[in-house]
Design a protein around this ligand. Sequence first.
Ligand SMILES: NC(=O)c1ccc[n+]([C@@H]2O[C@H](COP(=O)([O-])OP(=O)(O)OC[C@H]3O[C@@H](n4cnc5c(N)ncnc54)[C@H](OP(=O)(O)O)[C@@H]3O)[C@@H](O)[C@H]2O)c1
Length: 282
Amino acid sequence: MPETIAISGASGHIGGRVARLLAPSAARLRLLGRHVEHIAPIDGATTATIDFGDPTTVAAALDGVGTFFFVSATESADRAAQQAAVVNAAKDAGVHRIVYLSFVGAAPDATFTFARDHWYTEQAIRASGLAFTFLRDNQYQDIIPHFADADGVIEGPAGDGEVAAVTRADVADCAAAVLDSDAHYGETFDLTGPRAFTLRTATADMSEVLGRPFRYVEQTVEQAYASRAKYNAPTWEVDGWVSTYTSIAQGDLAQVTDAVPHLTGHPATDFRKFLATLPKDA
Ligand SMILES: NC(=O)c1ccc[n+]([C@@H]2O[C@H](COP(=O)([O-])OP(=O)(O)OC[C@H]3O[C@@H](n4cnc5c(N)ncnc54)[C@H](OP(=O)(O)O)[C@@H]3O)[C@@H](O)[C@H]2O)c1
């Protein structure tokens, strides 16, 4: 009997698209989320509740699962510890392979502070002895237009650094290809778009393709913190927001790879082509 594949984050962008791509094998699919009512149903697939902060839900959700597509959680102060506990629960439940959605440059001292959680999770997976594949995505192209304020201004300390941003759709296509194969055990892929660009170039592309003005305004790190103080967000979160830009400035997100075409057989989507798919008022 074919093994069960569990997909967390199935109500989200990546997990949802991966579930749709694997729908022809629906009888093998278990779709997981904190709120199963938010998961789009797929004929023949089952659903189960999983909350990474509640290990009993993790054990029940992964019982009998062979491969677990572990979509990283929304950022939180204790995400690294919660995700390490998920790995242990997955092992106890009998999972034999984890395909983990990580981030490029995951390291304990990564400039992009949210990438540190990914390193700790990768380490927990390695230490578990389970088979794994790490899919380290670059910045999503999809969210770059959302960096802009209502006036079309993207402000941050990104300097002249470049970002090899990738579409969510391409990331999901890579994940589906890996989950659908028995290959890629022990491999790590950096998932990128076909070119790296500065945020200044991104705003020029956005102006041209979306048909309204966008511009990039360089900030110092101090200005970046000051301009985000109005949100009254916790320090760990503001650190993550600001280091999104400083990691670009450092060149940490600049490397372009051929992982998307290698895994999917189709070219990685260019940012301008992605923008052309958006409604003009996006
Ligand atoms: N590369 C990038 O630029 C970038 C940007 C933002 C985020 N990310 C990371 O990439 C992940 C996937 O991206 P996406 O676009 O698919 O995100 P998304 O649309 O926000 O979906 C996230 C999914 O994860 C689930 N989830 C979040 N926290 C959870 C928890 N503690 N326990 C169990 N499930 C949880 C959510 O379930 P609910 O419906 O129950 O909330 C949702 O289904 C994100 O979760 C985040 O870790 C990457």
